[in-house]
Design a protein around this ligand. Structure first.
Ligand code: ADP
Ligand code: NA
Length: 331
């Protein structure tokens, strides 16, 4: 049996946003009560697409600051950046030799991210899910809180663990379980309710960044696409209204209320009124987070010291696992 252990992470590709916060960071703090937790800034994942070398270190600090501002406690959880523990890259190579090309070919996120450019994107972007499996299994992680968007990658992690254990006839790795928490775990773009809010959206106006001030948040929500219908009585009245549904989900998640309760409060009202209320809830909830992030980012030496200490602790956990894996493979 395996020690319950949580692993999660986000890419330091700049523009930490409301989707990252509601789908990930906000939930991470709570897990510290029940699990040993590792929260990683996955900089090796970030470089699967171009990152400006002059900005990457600052983006790594921004991500770490976002984790802490959202409730991650570096005294209780291990907070570090991926490239500081060499085992991630090492284990991912071994997993490249376990995973099958057909498995990777089925990954929808690669298809989304590569688009028509399939032949021109990096090999790293293609094998991204095997690195993610290594991130988790390097620590024998048992539970992974992820947004809906990462579910398929987590299934690949399970497949890799299963095949490794089976091929070598040893229970080396646990089969990880997803923890999918809360309403609105999938936050969509403010322009198109069928696309997820993402760091890589071309316009800043369709994404609430965790560094946005109150005026910017208000402006973005007021410009968010909706429709002319009032809010419905029940959630099925949001079917085929992706943008409307998204704003209701965001409200519910920020106010920590079930969607039914939000609709009970706003049914029959138009989106102009609803957006005013949404702005109030969003600003009230996010301004302490934004403020704490700004304070932390103003003190890079302290953030670097936290990341240094986290990397030491993570490396100490990884070392015996990597030894066991190599011994199992015969390396
Ligand atoms: P991005 O997709 O913006 O590049 P990451 O891949 O770094 O973000 O994801 C970091 C975490 O944030 C993951 O747990 C992911 O599931 C979550 N996440 C990212 N975008 C969203 C979203 N729009 N809604 C909910 N969760 C999200
Ligand atoms: Na993602």
């Amino acid at each position: 049996s395996f020690t319950p252990r949580v692993f999660s992470g986000a890419q330091p590709s700049g523009n930490m946003h409301l989707g990252n916060y509601l789908g990930a960071f906000k939930n991470w703090g709570k897990l510290q009560d029940d699990y040993e937790c590792l929260y990683c800034v996955v900089d090796l994942h970030a470089i699967t697409v171009w990152q400006d070398p002059a900005r990457l270190a600052a983006q790594t600090r921004e991500a770490a600051a976002a984790y802490i501002a959202a409730g991650v406690d570096p005294e209780r959880a291990i907070l570090f950046n991926q490239s500081r523990v060499a085992g991630h890259a090492e284990l991912s190579w071994m997993f490249n030799c376990v995973a099958r090309i057909g498995w990777l070919n089925r990954m929808t996120q690669f298809k989304d991210k590569a688009g028509k450019n399939r032949e021109k994107v990096s090999v790293g972007l293609y094998v991204y899910p095997t690195l993610m499996a290594a991130d988790i299994l390097l620590y024998k992680g048992t539970h992974v809180p992820v947004g809906e968007d990462q579910k398929q990658h987590l299934e690949l992690t399970q497949d890799i663990a299963q095949k490794f254990n089976h091929d070598f006839g040893r229970e080396v790795f646990p089969i990880v379980e997803p923890i999918i928490t809360g309403e609105a775990t999938r936050v969509m773009s403010l322009r198109d309710g069928t696309k997820k809010m993402s760091k890589s959206e071309p316009s800043d106006m369709t994404r609430i960044n965790l560094t946005d001030d109150a005026d910017t948040i208000a402006q973005k929500f007021r410009k968010a696409r909706t429709d002319a219908e009032p809010l419905p009585e029940t959630a099925d009245g949001l079917d085929d209204r992706a943008e409307a549904r998204n704003l209701v989900n965001i409200y519910a998640a920020l106010a920590d209320l079930p969607v039914a309760e939000v609709l009970g409060q706003f049914a029959g009202k138009g989106f102009k009124d609803f957006k005013d209320a949404l702005v109030d809830v969003a600003v009230a909830h996010l301004s302490p987070v934004t403020g704490e992030m700004a304070r932390l980012m103003g003190d890079p030496a302290t953030l670097d010291a936290i990341l240094d200490r986290g990397a030491e602790k993570a490396a100490a956990l990884a070392e015996p696992v990597l030894d066991e894996v190599k011994e199992t493979i015969g390396l």
